[in-house]
Design a binder for this molecule. Sequence first.
Ligand code: S3P
Length: 420
Amino acid sequence: MEIKKIKNARGEMTVPGDKSISHRAVMLGAIARGETRISGFLPGADCLSTIDCFRQMGIDIEADGENVTVKGRGLHGLSAPRKTLYTGNSGTTTRLLCGLLSGQSFNSEITGDASICRRPMRRVTEPLSQMGAKISGEYCPLKITGSRLHGIEYDMPVASAQVKTSLLLAGLYAEGGTIIREKEKSRDHTELMLKAMGADIDVSGLDVCLKPVPALTAQEVIVPGDISSAAFFMVLGAIMPDSCITIRNVGINETRTGIIDVLKSMGAKIKLENVRVSAGESAADITVSSSHLTGTQICGALIPRLIDELPVIAAAALFAGGETVIKDAQELKVKETDRIHAVVTEFKKCGADISETDDGMIIRGGRTLHGADFKTYGDHRMAMSLAVLAQLAGGASSLDDARCVEISYPDFFDDLYRLG
Ligand code: S3P
């Protein structure tokens, strides 16, 4: 697909609902008592995979675009799926289901697409087995034998909200309390939603402590726009001349706003307005305008707060003066594709000065870039980052497969071209 070019980016927009919150609203809604009404749901392929899996376990879910109603059947209301649950491209669906299904009274099997079958599952199966779970294998397809679980105290070796959530979901079915200690704080949407639904959960610094309760209670969930989707337009607004974009109603949960901190530290003009809070989740309107960026260092506790935004932040760094160093980001290697290798390989095609390191990359900005025929590796965030980069590269650019934006942002290209 040829990437069309816009001259500048001006105007107001919204982005689709937060992917992490959308998944959790369906999953927790399914095991709560009562009806969970979700507005602002992300009808992207990953979240539709989650809906599909729960329908297969007997949950009645009415889905009409952004409005979804989940008719919860309580903690013990899921029924045995008749066939293998298919999670598509969704790591979140796969890993969270491992935790949730471990403590059921039935057996199940999970698999996904080729990318999912390559992604490491040991990070969830290992601690879950310490809780008494029986899961075969370290890669999909995984067979889960429903078992009696007990709580554990677990020090997480990697900062991962998927692992943390998987253990918390198992903890709902375990005997005794579950304590999870994070190395660095990862996104906390599960903790906030569980609390709102009446779970016995305490968070103190990097410790999360959960005790089982007889029931969760359905809640209305208002999903804000996904900051990981807004990120593409935040970067575009900052790097394009004569641009100013306002993105309305974007989630600004502190565990997700690393991109705002980094762009600000690079000198981007960013303004947050109309902050509101719903069930612990904050949202705001974000305005970004053309800026002179300078390189920066991105490492440590900041990484989990912007892990999904690193490909587009790397694109921003190409247009910043000086060097940008990204460290401590080994996790990028086990995302939908190896995002360190993919970013470095593709960015080099257009003349970028970028090199791969063991745990990140080094980017020297300010080079003149030319268009190229890019590969997306079937990775939605690669496709959108390359589309942003292509706007500022001289000449034509194309993507080998742009359909993968369906995963998290089906209307991405319409929204991009409308700004021009
Ligand atoms: C997610 C957690 C992150 C993130 C992913 C969504 C979640 O993964 O990259 O896109 O919803 O919990 P990790 O937990 O593997 O860091």
